[in-house]
Ligand binder design. Sequence first.
Ligand SMILES: N[C@@H](CCC(=O)N[C@@H](CS)C(=O)NCC(=O)O)C(=O)O
Length: 206
Amino acid sequence: MIKIWGRTDSSNVQKVLWCLGELELEFERFDVGGKFGGNKEKAYLDMNPNGLVPTMQDGNFILWESNSIMRYLNEKYGQGRLLPSTPEGRASANRWMDWQLSVLNPSIVPLFWNLIRTPIDKRDPNAVKTALEKSSAAWQMVDNQLARNPYLGGDIFTIGDIPAGVWAYRWFNLPIEQPKFDHLNAWYKGLSERPPYQKHIMIPMT
Ligand SMILES: N[C@@H](CCC(=O)N[C@@H](CS)C(=O)NCC(=O)O)C(=O)O
């Protein structure tokens, strides 16, 4: 049985849970991180030296980094079906996973933390303004890509859609006035119809 360590309200844990759902894989999950703690204890650090969630164990194999976990699960149990079959297609989809870590995350995490995880009197309006501008620019890139293809990696749903897809739910449910992005909106609507997205991503934001 695949084991996952990580709290369900972590965006990086959610990616892996959504992926497991798409691949219809059974797993056992343990609450770690955030209010549950445990991620800085030696036993956990021995598995994941970052002290972050998620961590996965499959037999004797332990893996951390949410995007790497998804790639592993897809390759090992999905016969690669959650990535395109050509090297070009796979690279295009993979690129959006890397982009989420390097561009989307740094722009949108401060927005989410300020508006959802910070008491109103402690919020930083300047940080909110800057994060809103930066994340709007990032979503504009997604919108442009989705004007050319129905999914980020091309014609089919892939794990390339998952990292940004997790944040799309948060973006559309933040108490802000979102700029209008037609293609982003249509893609998000499509994701919202997928049962694993409903189960693991469309949950109260905490
Ligand atoms: N690049 C890592 C980042 C992992 C990460 O930052 N996890 C956050 C939650 S989203 C975490 O563990 N925070 C500390 C905590 O939950 O206590 C990944 O994608 O797995």
